[in-house]
Ligand binder design. Sequence first.
Ligand code: PMP
Length: 407
Amino acid sequence: MSNLDIQAIRAAFPILKREVNGKPLVYLDNGATTQKPQVVIDAILNYYTDMNSNVHRGVHYLSQISTDAFEVTRRKVQEFIHAKHDYEIIITKGTTDSINLVSTCYGGAFIHEGDEVIISAMEHHSNIVPWQMLCEAKGAKLQVIPMKESGELDMDAYRSLLNANTKLVSVNYVSNALGTINPVKEIIDLAHAAGAVVLIDAAQAIQHIKIDVQELDVDFLVFSGHKMYGPTGVGVLYGKEELLNKMPPYQGGGDMIKDVTFEKTTYNELPFKFEAGTPNIEAGITLNAAIDFINDLGIDNIKAYEDELLAYATEKLSEVEGIRFIGTAKEKSSVISFVVDGTHPYDIGVILDKLGIAVRTGHHCAQPVMDQFHIPGTVRASLAVYNTKEEIDALVAGVKRAVAMLV
Ligand code: PMP
């Protein structure tokens, strides 16, 4: 049993008190974005009430305190993922932005014609399209690790894809469409043995699983603030110092420079070399409160509770006649995706919404996953630490009701 006080946690999220369509909100779309605790909302309010000023620019007091607060977040992220240096933490707009930064800067400089980039069959579009664009521009080849019926990667196929031309491997830690937890340490070690660097998309892992970038020996790790109880518009790119140093800058502009003349510009040190222009200051500063929130609960406690909830949801949903789970991996985290015979996921989603239950339906930005299972999409319930067994019961009752109406 979990040692978390879930009712106290729920009380920290004001939105969970509201009703939708006259029913208590049951929010099960956490894979898309999590709700925000009062501490994060207060931090946002406090930033604009007390602190608002541009960072890294002014000598004046407000600019100094906002700069300090922004840098506190960087160090908090460093500790959270156990990076060696704070300047290995680049503050971006989100996961998508971080992946595009790596594909543009690392890929642009170090991936050439005939090279190969490996992704997997279960990637979010944001970990497919930037690599496709890069490979197209460079004449490089995009290889895809196939996925088994269970929604687990075929690791033998991965081993045989790796070769001397493989320059980069980019896979997600946890699939947003299936919930599969991938064996990232093994993926990284095998890639390194082949001489390739690895990016791990941790968008669906960072809020559920303890991550230690040094233990993983991962080259790049990316995630978004808004999926970890933080604000939108901020994300992280962790990169090993040596790699970030040899990459050219991403965008040109203020903050990323040391000296500018019309003849020549010299670039700033890490991390600022990759942070051109005014960042999302409010989000950068308040991400700190979201990480504190996770740390206060303890990521291992969060995982234990969510695992318990996932097992409960899987067991209870199995009672629904005609249900088929999409993604039945042994190692799963917080996502339950399903279809029901004779129904369209969208119709189930609409009926659940009428009952105040928020799920996501569709392809979840992972169209190739849906193609592999020959389905248009799934109904996806994705969990966070504030969800309860009672909410799962409401979901199951809602799905049963929807199926009775639709079939
Ligand atoms: N990768 C995964 C696995 C995701 O789940 C998501 C968001 N659904 C992304 C990447 C993209 O994240 P963002 O939209 O915050 O950039």
